[in-house]
Design a protein around this ligand. Sequence first.
Ligand code: 5GP
Length: 120
Amino acid sequence: PTQPYDDANIFARILRGELPSNKVYEDDWAFAFHDIAPQAPVHILVIPRGAYVSWDDFSAQASDPEIAGLARAIGHVAREAGLVETGYRVLYNVGTHGGQEVPHLHAHIFGGRPLGRMIG
Ligand code: 5GP
């Protein structure tokens, strides 16, 4: 990883139940909640339960069940949010150029309006 995992990061605290969140879904592998500052009518964050800073260390070090668990959770959440027919976007920000602010891996799910072609 580019940096050691910080157990005090805000999403770790949400996972431990130390901070509130607007939960959408949880299972053995993943936890999903509404973004506090939504950028689209639907903006949900899906995080693995494991301690991974970013897509970089998750993709390199997570077990296959952890990776599958996160992928399945993202699809499940998007379906449950009713996004499949109109479509949606899944986004991981990584590091400085990616604009990642919270150092616990999170997938953004955006939907509910046309999202355009912007990459940044
Ligand atoms: P990043 O820029 O790291 O990819 O995205 C972090 C996201 O987390 C942002 O969209 C931000 O609005 C969201 N966020 C930051 N703090 C909190 C929080 O305490 N609760 C929730 N639900 N979302 C948060």
